[in-house]
Design a protein around this ligand. Sequence first.
Ligand SMILES: Cc1cc2nc3c(=O)[nH]c(=O)nc-3n(C[C@H](O)[C@H](O)[C@H](O)COP(=O)(O)OP(=O)(O)OC[C@H]3O[C@@H](n4cnc5c(N)ncnc54)[C@H](O)[C@@H]3O)c2cc1C
Length: 463
Amino acid sequence: MSEQIFDVIVIGGGPGGYVAAIRAAQLGLATALIERDEIGGVCLNWGCIPTKALLHSADVLREIQGAAALGIDTGPVSFDLKRMVARSRAVAQQLNRGVTGLLKKNKVTVIKGAARFTEPGRVSVDGKQPTTLTADAIVIATGARAKSLPGIEADGKIVWSAREAMVPETLPKRLLVIGAGAIGIEFASFYRTLGSAVTVIEMLPQILPAEDAEIAAAARAAFEAAGIEIHTSTSIETLTRTGNGLNAVLKTANGLIEGTYDRAILAVGVTGNIESLGLEHTRVATDRGFIRTDHHAETAEPGIYAVGDVAGPPCLAHKASHEGVACIEHIAGLESHPLNRNRIPGCTYSHPQIASIGLTERAAAAAGRTVRIGRFPLIGNGKAIAVGDSNGLIKTVFDTTTGELLGAHMVGPGVTELIQGFAIAIGAEVTEAELIATVFPHPTISEAMHESVLAAYGRALHI
Ligand SMILES: Cc1cc2nc3c(=O)[nH]c(=O)nc-3n(C[C@H](O)[C@H](O)[C@H](O)COP(=O)(O)OP(=O)(O)OC[C@H]3O[C@@H](n4cnc5c(N)ncnc54)[C@H](O)[C@@H]3O)c2cc1C
């Protein structure tokens, strides 16, 4: 078995891992990236990107179906699910090839196989050519996988995980989505637009549990208006697979209800890929399925780092890549920019879209902050009315004493692109006065962000 020596070894080629590897190579460090499956990880191959390709097809379909209101007659509109799925897979493959090329261009040594620690500073790879690698710094970026519920496992046929839900062969007539986080809601929105009868259940009292309650309520009203049946504070009492479908008894706040569905999607969160890494040969500590790290992403074993989903929530690609870069810069002795978990935007690409950053009103109150709230409904925004999509709300949360923007929460068209404006504002710690003095272009939906800030100070102009 050969032995190779590097400055940095990265385990896992998802956004946390490949970005870390590229940054390390940019800094002149001899870098190896070990990936057991596909470069790009869940994000590029089976997560963010292919789902957004599918959701884009659904958005276009919805727009065409609503074209008559814009003075455009299309005749009957149909779609081909197979071609939608094929395009989504082609997009994922294009990005996979792109990232593979970037790693090559940056002279990262890519090794195919599953890595396992044999001792701190040393991993073995059980690929085609078993090898041992050593380095002073090893970054674990092995991601996470979908969780099951006690007694309910995804079987890939009747009960889908996100993977099968992304490559349907036929459209389920009746679909049960278990879990109303971002992933569950995106699938619910996609399938509803295509015509499935969709029921979403969530154990917690609100859908999109990480979002501000008011925004989640506005999003729920829009999903229900689109025909999605939603039950919160609801769990599965029994789930019985039948010939080509399932029966589910749902335990709601108002008693038991029974439903028959063609397929169910299980979207109840993720757990870190920490098994089979040989962590028992190190002092790396774990907590409830994830690796524990400090603010430089270093584990309890000096020289071993963990970034991305495997290092704990929020399990988002941009959190993974930011941590990857910051961790490598720390390893290289640069002044790095550690992740502030309160400043990570979260987006749901359903229709309507939902996007947020920072503290919700409830979290701010729980943190003992006295807050001023700004609210601006998109019905007061000229551009939203012009594009025929004025159902939405922008909410801002300010600290009453300091004027600090603590959080921003949005539901409506294009908000997943707009949230970055507030991300920059929060990151740069701008004051309410600076936000008020900022010029927003007209006519844009971004003007509603400005109005929401103005509203927090009793100065909204268009409501
Ligand atoms: C359906 C879906 C939609 C999503 N949409 C979004 C979205 O819109 N926006 C967003 O920010 N996030 C989204 N996510 C989450 C996002 O995909 C993850 O947060 C992101 O992929 C995490 O990146 P990572 O690098 O930590 O891990 P991953 O992308 O999971 O990559 C980890 C890699 O490590 C490899 N690996 C594991 N163990 C080993 C080993 N022992 N040896 C070698 N290789 C190993 C795996 O094969 C994998 O390729 C979505 C997820 C899903 C499932």
